[in-house]
Design a protein around this ligand. Structure first.
Ligand code: ADP
Ligand code: MG
Length: 433
């Protein structure tokens, strides 16, 4: 009863508690099929005899608790089976969190709030996905809080968001992102404006807590917070801030003993700080690789993910019909600050931007703030706290005619008229053939 691996497929027989790791070559696609047994990809179960396709650069692990046979076809950069994985430790972590949820249910308390931290490329995003999948597979409704402004798994780069998880992640596409709560940060590193970063972390925590008050399932489900790989200086302080804003109960530190010790020292004693090993399968990604995946994320926003194509709309927007802001004035020396103003104020200040050619290729967030909200004297009241309702890319600017051409997922007119400028350029979106 051995399955056939198809014409060009390579068959792998996996023993229990082992995983097949593979990377897809640039410009190639690889198909995966489960022939027999049971297997999962980052906590999402595979269906038998279904072909899963992974695009260029994908780095995947097919793990099996019971043993299985799979076939791979297409060009892989590497493909090997490893017996050495931390999945059992991750499963135990999940079991401990599930125990906390059961207890919360009994005592009418809230479920675990978990923060996953560590340097870049240690598998933070993957661990979040595994834990969320295991929870939702048991019928829980955990919330994913995405604080990685460089590599967001929920929305475009430069945003911070929260997403209620209602079903396991799609093996190929990840979590379905219906109705996420998204805030505009505006850049791909928290260091660009750490005040804003911390403020938005607090806003997300507040919204999540409010939701927990009215939604018992969300409260019991708790949250899994994914963080940035910046764990020193202000980056570290941002983690401490996040732990307190969300009142986290558990911190999972991946792969860095030093960070583990610092957090144990600095967080209140009732926070459980746990050190977990990273998987040997986690692949380091180059700067280029990161940039590509950011571009891809923006492209997906406008054009959809492979199978499901969207057709974005291009139209003109008159300068006079919108107001464009950048958040954060350039910092000025303390000695030059006007009386009574602090550096914090400049970081959270709204600076009006008059559209020029240099706006071309910029991603802009469309704020959900009321169109007639007062924006007096550089005050950002309302705008910083308002989630984003969508994104557009500026494809051309005509300063003479005072119009810009934008690419938008929805037809004209824009749903709102307050636009926030991102530090992020995108040439990928408009240029697709
Ligand atoms: P981080 O969030 O810490 O930067 P990720 O979770 O994004 O790290 O992992 C980095 C890359 O490694 C991702 O492309 C992910 O798909 C891949 N990866 C994670 N775990 C494994 C594994 N066990 N085998 C193969 N690839 C993996
Ligand atoms: Mg990540």
């Amino acid at each position: 009863s051995s399955g056939s691996a198809g014409t060009s497929g390579t068959r792998f027989d996996l023993e229990k508690e082992t995983e097949l790791r593979f990377e897809v070559e640039a410009g190639e696609r690889v198909q995966l099929e489960l022939l027999s047994g049971l297997a999962e990809v980052f906590g999402s179960e595979l269906n038998r005899n279904k072909k899963y396709t992974f695009g260029p650069g994908s780095k995947i692990a097919v793990f099996t608790w019971q043993g299985c046979s799979v076939s791979l076809s297409g060009k892989t950069e590497v493909a090997y089976v490893s017996k050495d994985t931390p999945m059992l430790l991750y499963l135990n972590t999940h079991a401990a969190l599930e125990q906390m949820r059961r207890q919360a249910e009994k005592d009418n308390e809230r479920g675990p709030r978990v923060m996953v931290v560590g340097p870049t490329d240690v598998g933070k995003t993957t661990v979040c996905r595994v834990l969320l999948n295991y929870a939702v597979r048991l019928g829980r409704r955990p919330t994913l809080v995405e604080l990685d402004v460089g590599q967001s798994s929920v929305s475009v780069p430069g945003t911070m968001s929260a997403l209620c998880i209602e079903r396991p992640a799609d093996v190929e596409e990840g979590f379905s992102v219906q109705a996420p709560l998204v805030f505009h940060f505006g850049s791909t590193t928290p260091g660009t404006n750490i005040k804003l970063y911390n403020k938005l972390t607090s806003s997300l925590a507040e919204v999540f807590s409010q939701r927990c008050e009215v939604n018992r399932k969300a409260s019991v489900g708790g949250c899994i917070i994914n963080s940035c790989g910046w764990v020193k200086g202000s980056g570290y302080q941002a983690l401490v801030h996040c732990a307190s804003a969300f009142q986290v109960d558990v911190v999972l530190v991946l792969d860095q003993e030093r960070l583990y010790n610092e957090l144990k020292r600095d967080l209140p004693h009732f926070v459980r700080v746990v050190l977990l090993p990273k998987s040997g399968g986690v692949v380091e990604r180059s700067k280029d690789c990161r940039r590509e995946s950011r571009d891809e994320k923006i492209r997906e926003y406008f054009y959809g993910f492979r199978g499901t194509s969207f057709y974005p709309h291009a139209f003109d927007v008159r300068f006079s019909d919108v107001r464009i802001y950048k958040i954060g004035a350039p910092s000025i020396p303390d000695s030059c600050l006007p009386l009574g103003m602090s550096q914090d104020d400049t970081q959270l200040k709204l600076v009006p931007v008059s559209p020029g050619r240099d706006l071309t290729h910029h991603v802009l967030s469309v704020s959900s703030v009321d169109d007639d909200a007062e924006v007096g004297a550089g005050q950002s009241r309302g705008i910083l706290e308002s989630p984003v309702c969508g994104f557009i890319v500026v494809t051309a600017v005509d300063t003479q005619a005072q119009v810009m051409t934008v690419l938008s997922p929805a037809p004209r007119p824009l749903p709102r008229h307050t636009l926030l400028i991102m530090d992020i350029h995108n040439t990928a979106a408009p240029g697709r053939d």
